[in-house]
Design a protein around this ligand. Sequence first.
Ligand code: NAG
Ligand code: NAG
Ligand code: ZN
Length: 992
Amino acid sequence: MCHLLMLQKLVIPQPCFQTVRTEGGVIMGKGFYISKVAALGGVVVAVAALSTIIALSVVYSQERSKNNGSDGGATAGPSAGPTAGPPTPPPSNEPWDKYRLPAHLVPDHYNVTLWPRLTPDPATGLYIFTGESTVEFECVEDTDLILIHSNKLNYTTLENGHLARLTSAGGAAPSITQSWLQTVTQYLVLRLNGKLLKGQRYHLYTKFTGELADDLGGFYRSEYFEGTVKKVIATTQMQPTDARKSFPCFDEPAMKAYFFITLMHDADKVALSNGAAIGTTAVTVEGVTVQQTVFERTEKMSTYLLAFIVCDYGFVNSTTDGVLIRIFARKPAIAAGQGDYALNITGPILKFFEKYYNSSYPLPKSDQIAIPDFNAGAMENWGLITYRETALLYDPAFSSNSNKERIATIIAHELAHMWFGNLVTLRWWNDLWLNEGFASYVEYLGANDAEPSWNVKDLMVLNDVHRVFAVDALASSHPLPLKRDIQNQRSSLSELFDAITYSKGASVLRMLSDFLTEDVFTRGLQSYLKEFAFGSTVYTDLWKHLQTAVEETGTDIPTTIDNIMNTWVLQMGFPVVTIDTATGGISQKHFLLDPDSATPPPSPYNYEWIVPIRWMKTGVVQNPRWLQEKSETANEMKTTGDEWVLANLNVVGYYRVNYDTANWNKLLNALSVDHSIIPVINRAQLVDDSFNLARAKIIPTVQALDTTKYLDKERDYMPWKSAINNLDFFYLMFDRTEVYGPMQTYLNNKVAPLFQYYKDMTGNWVNIPDGHLDQYNQVNAISMACKTGLPECTALVTGWFSDWMTSNINSINPNLRSTVYCNAIAAGGAAEWNFAWTQFESATIAIEADKLRYALSCTREPWLLNRYLEYTLDPEKIRKQDATSTIVYIAENVVGQSLAWDFIRAHWSYIFNEYGGGSFSFSNLINGVTKRFSTEFELQQLRQFKEDNADVGFGSGTLAVDQAIEKTQANIKWVGENKKNVLNWFETALPS
Ligand SMILES: *[C@@H]1O[C@H](CO)[C@@H](O)[C@H](O)[C@H]1NC(C)=O
Ligand SMILES: *[C@@H]1O[C@H](CO)[C@@H](O)[C@H](O)[C@H]1NC(C)=O
Ligand SMILES: [Zn+2]
């Protein structure tokens, strides 16, 4: 799945000089939420909203049991018949109390028919679906018990008085003596009067009803308007554990099976699933004539990759080497050509991956569809990929180059999964990092193939490596794989599906591919995919195949892949490599951002890594070397005279670098004399490493600031972006203090030449720069110039905006819209805000709406910000999927900060209960709202908040609350230690 973590990391211009901006909204939510409809009906139905990869069943169950939610279904204790009382509460050690399926039964295929109703049931007001399913499974070990996953389904009691019917594919089957739903562990449990026999096959039939809720998980509904007509879509999000919310199934990734899917729908609707439709016929059920679309049998696949959709969409299509490619979206979007870009790049990206994997695309068709309400960024359902609208639909009149890049990389990410993840699947969720890390790495290769002029591969350093360094440098980080024995603890789970999984996974795989060479890496990868096609693996299976490739090609690495990669995979964090160019001494040390943080847990590798080092001397690339010990001597790294050393070329290694002071000074000198001698990615690295080394008190803060001095001569995007990212912390800490003024003056002075450069390049802002990265840096120039108060900048953006307001014709370039809207609204008042709000409400493309939704948070008027905060709780105004990110946007505004904090404190229990599931990611929310905290008073408030809401809880934000407290303490200290020096530095850095 492409999680919004991934959306976030995509390079998004930084309007108003704020940090990582999502244009897509929130990180996927998790937990649970109470369905509005059900609550109105007076029935407490905790609707599962396990739409995220983060929330495994356990998480959900714990949440729900805390809230006395009861499954809507026929629930009964083991001792009761099919329809009696609640499940037995005391935890016991029965098989149905365990979260993992026993190994006795293995599914072969399922025949599933589902009928979603796109109008509410007149009697109950609920949107529902009905279904029937037969699963054929094989018994591989005798047992008198059947456990099959089921969640929130109501079963029809069959003629045998039970919730299911069991027959044998051959001889006789034992009969069911008890059947009930075990809601905590989400099973349909069947006890039998005799044993199922090893080697025999059986059929289990069920008939059931479920709610087609707007909860973004399982089989759910999404809504949109076409003109004034409300349209309803039935769609799915199964990963990780919501397939069981649409039909009873053995819902674990390794339980692969074939699926025969049938969907029932009205004649004017399109029905889609993983396989191609074989045919549609009219049938009469319960007196109603309805269409029945039968789909081709799927390949052998995991349940979490299933998809069922009934909608009123249009599509565009093409064929590449016999593979049918279709892009589905709302009819007006298709008519406006918004699916065309996705269609045009899908074929080439599929071809690219066929070559990369040396394996032809495993399916006859590839459908991709944009869903208005969608929690993640996209989901790699095999053959039917679902996307947020902003992640698939492109319109040159509205979409920025960043929007376009995001579409290309997300499509590449999802298509990469068609093989890696879908054809070959990691056996259990603890290895998810390899699945997501891999896709997050090769998405750059796929996108680069589709758009070779973009240099998109370089951006991985900013978007993944630097981004995840920030998290992985904390003592609270964690190794990549989830340990088996903690898989059922929610804190471990919510930690797992984070930037570490995606971005560290991607970064270490990029490093591996680099030191092996891409040839050797793909050779091992290809034989891995070949051996395990349609099967499942553990991550070490990939290492084995890579090792074979190393041996076959005689590749020179210091030890086995296992030995090297264990140091990166099985221990958290990463090293700072220190090079002393006077002695040639090189050494490594676990890099911790806060040197005073708690001691990290012991590591089996003692926080030492086997480090590949690519480096240069005074601009000349040298032979790479390895650092295998804590410290070694590298005579070749000694320097004399003006020589300098620069290590971790292009930041292919997952580590930071420090040098002796003399070498640092020579590097700073090289930057100021002729920065082009240092590769552009390493210029970004010098800034990022030094700011972080300073945070860790390894070098003085003013030395890090020194790396920004040359920026008045820098024109490239990556170093600027790196500086902006790092200076953001200075803004957060100082924008309410006396440092702010001198800092603004200094940065204004640095950015003014860049602003002028783009003004000239674009013929006074008429043209668009040619280069993709130049287009990004143009946005930086405007954002920074306006942010630091360059009058010409403010006049420029307010002029554009007021032209739009008066003429009602928006001629602002899409690349610049985010920052122009934001800065114009910041400079304006209620008229600008209200105009933007009207535009937001009437926007016909989500990409435009997202830019406006962000910009609305930029106003300086507290009353407008407060009103906007209220809007976030009204789904008619702000879609649930966008609520968290909107609050976080407001908190990033220095004026909005305290308002947002007051707001979430005042509404916590409401937010938690009403929005917990589909849309709210609590950790993101808490991080966002507390980012600026740096005073004792704020620390005290935060502690109070934790105490006051202990009974409500923080869901997935539990860890984030503690981290926020920790970060606030660290900020207080940092400000105390640095404010004076920093103020002094800014005051004297400019020649007067
Ligand atoms: C499922 O459907 C397929 C195709 O119609 C059929 O061959 C198979 O026997 C069915 N399996 C069961 C268990 O009903
Ligand atoms: C399932 O049964 C419960 C309890 O009878 C009921 O409240 C709920 O609405 C039912 N759900 C559906 C989708 O029919
Ligand atoms: Zn993914």
